[in-house]
Design a protein around this ligand. Sequence first.
Ligand code: ATP
Length: 514
Amino acid sequence: MAQEDVFKRIVSHAKEYGFVFPSSEIYDGLGAVYDYAQNGVELKNNIKRYWWEAMTLLHENIVGIDSAIFMHPTIWKASGHVDAFNDPLIDNRDSKKRYRADVLIEDEIAKFDEKINKEVAKAAKRFGEQFNEQMFRQTNPRVLEIQAKRDLLHARFEKALNDNDLNELKQIILDYEIVDPISGTKNWTDVRQFNLMFKTQMGSSADSTMDVYLRPETAQGIFVNFLNVQKTGRMRLPFGIAQIGKAFRNEIVARQFIFRMREFEQMEMQFFVRPGEELKWFDHWKHTRIAWHKALGMGDEKYRFHDHEKLAHYANAATDIEFQMPFGFKEVEGIHSRTNFDLSQHEKFSGKKIQYFDPELNQSYTPYVIETSIGVDRMFLSVLCASFEEEKLDSGDSRVVLHLPRPLAPVKCAILPLVKKDGMPEKAHEIMNMLKFDFACKYDEKDSVGKRYRRHDAIGTPFCVTVDGQTMEDNTVTLRDRDTMQQQRVAIADLPAIISKECSLNNLLKTLPL
Ligand code: ATP
């Protein structure tokens, strides 16, 4: 099945099984805003818990905060967001649709890559075992020709971005005859800058109202609290401040379900270090963060780093962790070495000294910062995409199963009486009452046991416990595994240990490098 169709299935599965609903659906929805449903919120909370505990429990020198969404508007002047948090937009006069000019060009570059990949796939088929892909890419005249065209476009695009040259972006779109996918025409407006921050007013009387912004990132709430946390927590460098919270961006083109939303959630950690030590820490966090992702067991080959070619003027290193979504490798997390830019800017704009006295060096300075910034929703999407399978069974039947990393599953254990009589429901409730303090459990007695198994496969429940006639005699149950569908007979008393071994977040945390 084409990856595009797989993605459509995942999106409808997310709705049908209570993970993600479009916001305000009975009013026909609201663009790029989504609600997390009964199973989705549990999965999301588990992702957040995994991140929060990996940061704050495993590192003695990382503490958390929860700063407000509204902040003093000057913060966004200082951070550069008022002047520079823009995307270049372009409208098509025929379809009246709006696009990001940079994305249109990136898609054009991707078309060259696709052409090359097609040539490679064709040759691989033709040559079979003997095929040397690297050699083919380096020597095949057709591939080299496409690659040269691609590189030319890429270089021109990069220069236009670096020079902030909006006319040149439009010229590229015209020269490469990029058409609007909806109207099919080249009837484009000029490219304009569009600020992504949402603005609103605070205050009740006309003369005391103030324009404020919904924060476009959580990081600034950390920077402006740097001194508060450092002093009250008596923190010594290097140390980090972690935060999970909502962020808002008026994205021009919201696409790909929860990948690009207008209201989303971030998990950010700013790690403050001595000037000069930042690249060492950048490297450290790059490896720590990729290990966190890979520990979930969704497949190491699904991740890659994408180092930034174009660095923000204040950054001296930056990389993205990309995940293989059905629509290609996409950024899930950014790791940035932001120098002392943010703290210095806040010092300048607030007029307050924001420095750290280093007792070992006996001097004060503005700390440097390494930032790790991950979107909860993108992480959620990566977990959903990696877990989703439409599996053909030996019986000729098929099932939809979510192979969720077990500690993240919304329900860890379903408890199912075989029939609704002979004391089985009561026994099942007894088991539920024993397990529910440690694990998210669900009691389910409706429909045949086979149907109940399928329902729990579809939401990724790792274990189903079935109470049957034998249970009433010897206190054993059948325990069915989601992935293998194997059933084994186990004693009720052994259930906590078995479930805990596979599903506990603590065990997952213990696999992380410290
Ligand atoms: P992109 O280039 O995709 O717009 P970005 O580089 O602007 O992303 P950052 O500002 O580095 O993103 O934000 C850090 C993280 O926040 C991203 O890696 C992503 O996971 C998440 N994120 C950013 N924008 C959105 C959005 N509109 N919807 C969902 N998650 C987002």
